[in-house]
Design a protein around this ligand. Structure first.
Ligand SMILES: C[S@@+](CC[C@H](N)C(=O)[O-])C[C@H]1O[C@@H](n2cnc3c(N)ncnc32)[C@H](O)[C@@H]1O
Length: 161
């Protein structure tokens, strides 16, 4: 961690700092996910946690809402390094992963390539989601993201809806 962290009030800049310096630890705060300790086993564990989460969500939807639930196009808002986006892509026609941090997206793109997940498009997010606004999705996922966005940003976005 050799670079000064930006001000906590500029959350996009903070996330870019994590994306650039400690992407896996930034997503799941556990010392085994720091760059210094991240080994193959820890990385497998990291992505297994994402698959378990996606399986749980999809099974819950099938159990309680629609036994035949299928997804053509999904959006993963705040996708980080692809921990959920990549397992989600195995259950969908196509997934769009958006994130405010270019470095997180760069790592996510590398991970998707390594795992041969070819039906994912990664896009840089802005508060208006301008790059995805004309698209439609039948499933939107966002996990451990909104609590990191200042309320004022949420309100501005909602007033524009
Ligand atoms: C704790 S990580 C969670 C990543 C992923 N959802 C997961 O569970 O593996 C939070 C992510 O949200 C992203 N993020 C934070 N604010 C955002 C915003 N305003 N728009 C899009 N992404 C944002 C961060 O860059 C970071 O990758």
């Amino acid at each position: 961690m050799n670079e000064m962290k930006p001000s906590i009030t500029n959350t996009d800049a903070v996330w870019e700092w994590f994306g650039k310096n400690q992407p896996y630890f930034g997503v799941l705060v556990d010392t085994k996910y720091t760059n210094e300790q991240l080994n193959e086993e820890a990385k497998n564990n990291f992505f297994a946690s994402g698959k378990a989460h996606v399986d749980f969500v999809l099974e819950t939807i099938k159990e309680h809402f629609d036994t035949n639930f299928t997804i053509q196009r999904a959006l993963d808002f705040g996708c980080g390094v692809g921990r959920l986006t990549i397992p989600l892509s195995a259950a969908c026609g196509q997934v769009v992963g958006v994130d405010a941090s270019p470095s997180m997206l760069q790592e996510a793109t590398k991970n998707a390539k390594e795992m041969a997940a070819e039906n994912i498009e990664f896009l840089l997010a802005d508060d208006d989601l301008s790059k995805v606004e004309s698209e439609s999705f039948d499933f939107i996922n966002s996990f451990i993201v909104f609590q990191h966005i200042p309320v004022a940003v949420d309100i501005v976005s909602c007033n524009d809806c």
